[in-house]
Write a protein that binds this ligand. Structure first.
Ligand code: BTN
Length: 273
């Protein structure tokens, strides 16, 4: 396999990306920065200033990239894809995690087309290749009354970077380059993800959820496995059965009772994810 020293990371070209997106919702308000604290944080600030639905924040580097449950997200400058989408969907707050799943599916399709890698979803928000994490989605939202005011979907996708093999995080993380030895055009990948997501997002807004619901169940790697879910209210042990229409995980616990889990950290027995 080639080493990462064999090429230099090329910068993203905003104008090229916008041209490729054409009349897409996501082409109209795209912000591309060399360095930000976190694309989610900037997207949230823009949302507060009234930025429209479809605003995209892309960065070459994050100084304080964030993951779920207070974790960080590490990515060397220009190596990977780091972006956030600002949406103002006509959905109920309970439906917000459908958008996480749909972005994960758009990522799966784009990665498959660009690099022939077939990923799975590790509920609730990760893309995995076999036993290693390739990408994560951070979903943050604000609610007004009974409606969603805005949703920020942040995606971090390891394209070229992967930590030194055999050390620390490298046991759990991978990248497209680490798997294929090939360089990927990050701008092209971003365009593919945004185009795929735009189509699905349109369907979700029209209430056409079923095909996506089926697909995220098909692609979910925890289903049919014994899992432990750690949440703020303790641990649940059981068999992961399915993901419901709102993106919650249904687990059959040790007492034979179905539990509906809306968030938490899942570990699969005999699988270190
Ligand atoms: C996770 O694995 O818990 C989710 C990771 C999400 C990381 C992305 S990178 C772009 C966006 N900005 C952030 O600060 N986080 C998300």
């Amino acid at each position: 396999m080639k080493s990462q020293g064999d090429f230099i990371y090329e910068p993203l070209r905003l104008e090229r990306i916008k041209n490729a997106l054409g009349r897409s919702l996501f082409a109209a308000n795209m912000v591309c920065r060399d360095s930000v604290d976190s694309t989610n944080t900037l997207a949230k600030a823009l949302a507060g200033q009234g930025a429209p639905e479809g605003t995209v924040v892309v960065a070459e580097e994050q100084r304080a990239g964030r993951g779920r449950l207070g974790r960080g997200w590490v990515s060397p400058p220009r190596a990977n894809l780091l972006f956030s989408l600002l949406l103002r969907p006509p959905l109920e707050p309970d439906d917000v995690f459908v958008l996480t799943m749909v972005l994960a599916l758009a990522g799966i399709d784009a990665i498959e087309t660009a690099s022939h890698l077939s990923c799975s979803i590790k509920w609730p928000n990760d893309l995995y290749l076999k036993r290693k994490k390739l990408a994560g989605v951070l979903t943050e939202f604000s609610v007004r009354g009974k409606s969603l005011e805005h949703v920020i979907l942040g995606l971090g996708l390891n394209v070229h970077w992967h930590p030194e093999p055999g050390k620390g995080i490298a046991r759990q993380a991978t990248s497209i380059f680490a798997e294929t030895g090939l360089k990927t055009d990050r701008g092209d990948l971003l365009v593919r993800i945004l185009k795929a997501f735009e189509v699905s997002y349109g369907h979700i807004k029209e209430g056409k959820r079923e095909p996506y619901h089926r697909r995220w169940n098909d692609r979910c790697l925890v289903l049919g496995k014994q899992v432990v879910i750690a949440s703020s209210s303790g641990e649940i042990h059981g068999l992961a059965k399915k993901i419901d229409r709102q993106g919650a995980l249904i687990v059959l616990d040790r007492n034979g009772t179905e539990q509906r889990i809306v968030s938490g950290d899942v570990s699969v027995q005999n699988f270190h994810g």
